[in-house]
Design a protein around this ligand. Sequence first.
Ligand code: AMP
Length: 558
Amino acid sequence: MTQETGGFAALDLNPNIVAAVLATGYEEPSAIQQQSIPIILAGHDMIGQAQTGTGKTAAFALPILNKIDVSKREPQALILAPTRELALQVATAFETYAKQMPGVNVVAVYGGAPMGPQLRAIRNGAQIVVATPGRLCDHLRRDEKVLSTVQYLVLDEADEMLKLGFMDDLEVIFKAIPESRQTVLFSATLPSSIRSIAERHLREPKHVKIQSKTQTVTAIDQAHLMVHADQKIPAVLRLLEVEEFDALIAFVRTKQATLDLASALEAKGYKAAALNGDIAQNQRERVIDSLKDGRLDIVVATDVAARGLDVPRITHVFNVDMPYDPESYVHRIGRTGRAGREGRALLLVTPRERRMLQVIERVTGQKVAEARLPNAQAVLDARIKKLTNSLAPLVADAEASHGDLLDRLTEALGCSPRALASALLRKATNGQALDLASVEREQPLVPTYTPRERGERTERAERPDRGDRERRAPMPLAEGRVRCRTALGARDGIAAKNLLGAILNEGGLARDAIGRIQVRDSFSLIELPEEGLERLLSKLKDTRVAGKQLKLRRYRED
Ligand code: AMP
């Protein structure tokens, strides 16, 4: 479908940038991109009101890449972000979009990492610097000229930067950049403090805001679940176990994501297919027809590819990736609840996207309740229910047709009818886990947050980037796991594999009993089974890693 590629191609961006964006799997610019890119390309200052999830990073990264002069090896663009996580995320986005622009160098500058290499990277020709304000000011104190060549300045999540107390640092940074610069400010909200910064430091800025009209949604039962991005596929697989759906459409953002999810679903035996902008028109029609007549039950689609798809069998919409704006959410979930039927819409939300969820709730005027992932018991109950339903029509007349055979076989095998029925069940269910322990073993629980945990974790995630404290959000723990801490970290020359090796060898645990290992500079966290923890810790009492005592302790987060 060429009109989609036309979406990016029509934006007047360098073809190498468009090629990289399309290779990333984006099919068309989001609303904020559509509006911001021409303004930034034209050299205007801009205020963009947008939150995470709208595609705001590409909205400034693409035009900035377009503007920098690759032959000049000096800082030209500075992006300020409130947290180290966001700075790293933005730097990675720049690198992705610059994949086909040789000679572009991006450096991320944040606290907690040594200053020397960061300063060297800036001086050695990085054209794009993505920084947290605190650490950047430390650099300015060492070298006040370090930003003197910057021409483009972006303040990303400006409201968050102010909330985290970076106002003074921002003023110092503004002073260190030539006044002739172009300045772009993105913020989810525009309180008076932000407007005052804009008045003082931006020149006749253009405003971009994604206008949202109130939309009504009826007859659709909506819920959301908090999950980390890397847990979306297991979360979907688990949800599908218990959701009673007829046909389902799962929305994702990129072509690659349609392929990844569709193949994970097929591997689990679902009749699923991907629908994306690369799929030829006749194949697309075949997929839609198959969904209509039941040869397919799940279609994994991008917004573009799902345009015009109207299949009354659809009972469920899974928003696996967040839509870019509330309108598209309403549009997506409108695929279900057709013809007066009840529909169900589930939305997966990563912790950073919670604001987008609030915007959706405001625009639709409805609360989207928080759901929890089904536990192993619920999965088991659902499986047994399905099995019961599939056997129900068979039992009515099976005895008349096969009763005599059963008698003959039990006699020949010398076993009870119960033993024989059990063997037949085992065969018929084809190795599917149908007892609690097996279900638990089969799929490690994908944890969700409770609202209380969520608040705490996101606060931690957005802690200002100062000093070498633990500043990343702890990942949610799987059920039955606890986190343990050792004072050994990267500065002791420790890598995750050293810790893993030591615990496997000396603790006698199976590999899958050990969860995530996070190695920080001055400590490490390891997820271990709660059951038998005391015994394990005492086994590891004298263990040494990289010549130092491990001294593993249970780590309490609150
Ligand atoms: P952001 O709002 O910048 O944090 O972006 C949210 C997510 O949307 C990121 O994972 C991006 O990779 C993705 N994204 C941004 N623009 C597009 C697009 N035009 N098409 C598909 N995905 C996109």
